[in-house]
Design a protein around this ligand. Structure first.
Ligand code: ZN
Ligand code: ZN
Length: 329
């Protein structure tokens, strides 16, 4: 094969296709990487399912990319291990960028959505949005930090200084954020699908002091809840277990409709908010913290050509931790 091996989405609702693409060439300010690993995110599934509007098509998915620098750019040395996250470009001129909120940029472009991502042997990325991978993390272990970790970390920040933290949906993001939260001295309460005793056991192994179904009440009120599962009904469910002044943070990019609920459940200064994307500051802070915790992602490795299988297993809730596609190396 002379071209670049990639898994390509031709249109939503169809499986990814094994393809051979021409080599991408880095433009000004861009770096080209040999991809070594790319973690699978629920957002990838939302794009495949047509739940996010107007993806680039055909599209190479994947926004938790770790690769070795080939050429282009000036910030990294050849061979250096570098990560490419979801935030691929911002204009730095709109009102959001100018007020330190580049995650809300009006002209943002996202990796593996509006730009080709890491389900491929090669990727080009805008150098200022890439991250050096911290020492102590290999390609596979670092990949889930690039979105599950970084956007989870932003969600955790927006949960404020909550001591008693609920995590709804104990998957790729929650299993990383539970480790960070414990390191910060918080108490973790994990909620899984009803009857998912294996998921609850997994959460306890990672430091949750209580784990149960999302229809259960934890032994005490919580100060914040982060919802990682794309299920709107979890919003009122989480409100019902929050203490006064507590916050529900919706961490996903897509969620089913939120059912109506009595105002009394929100009363007493409870808050519901969403998290959109990440800033580079969020990413840099998480990567600085990662070796200190140390974050140890639990990973299932599949070859690149098994991307459809990885997505199927994510959809079915069969994954423990994070699925990572091994591309090379
Ligand atoms: Zn993601
Ligand atoms: Zn902007």
């Amino acid at each position: 094969m002379n071209g670049v091996l990639a898994m390509v989405l031709d249109r939503p609702g169809t499986p990814l296709r094994v393809a051979e693409l021409p080599e991408p060439t880095p433009g000004p300010g861009q770096v080209r990487l040999h991809v070594r690993a790319c973690a699978v995110c629920r957002t990838d599934l939302h794009i495949v399912d047509g739940e996010l509007p107007e993806p680039k098509l055909p599209l190479v998915l994947g926004h938790q990319v770790v690769g070795e620098v080939m050429d282009g750019g000036t910030r990294f040395r050849p061979g250096q291990l570098v990560g490419v996250p979801w935030l691929g470009f911002t204009d730095q001129t709109c009102r959001y960028c100018r007020s330190g909120r580049e995650n809300l940029c009006l002209h943002a472009q996202f990796t593996g959505y509006q730009r080709d991502g890491g389900y491929a042997e090669l990727i080009v990325a805008d150098e200022p949005y890439c991250f050096p991978i911290p020492a102590g993390f290999d390609d596979v272990a670092a990949a889930p930090l690039l979105c599950a970790g970084m956007i989870g970390f932003r969600s955790l920040r927006l949960a404020g200084d909550a001591e008693r933290l609920g995590l709804y949906g104990f998957g790729a993001s929650a299993h990383i954020i539970a480790q960070v939260a414990r390191f910060q001295g918080r108490r973790v309460f994990a909620f899984t699908r009803t009857g998912d005793t294996a998921g609850q056991q997994f959460a306890r192994e990672l430091g949750a002091e209580w784990a149960g179904g999302s229809d259960e009440r934890p032994p005490e009120e919580l100060d914040a809840a982060i919802i990682f599962a794309p299920v709107g009904a979890l919003v009122p469910a989480a409100l019902r277990v929050l203490a006064r002044g507590g916050v529900v943070v919706c961490a996903g990019i897509h969620m089913t409709d939120i059912p109506s609920f009595p105002y009394a459940w929100l009363w007493e200064e409870r808050t519901i908010r969403s998290v959109a994307n990440l800033t580079r500051e969020d990413g840099a802070e998480l990567l600085e913290l990662a070796p200190k915790v140390p974050i140890r992602p639990v990973i299932e490795v599949l070859p690149l050509t098994k991307a459809n299988e990885a997505l199927r297993r994510l959809r079915a809730g069969e994954l423990r931790g994070s699925a990572v596609l091994r591309v090379a190396g």
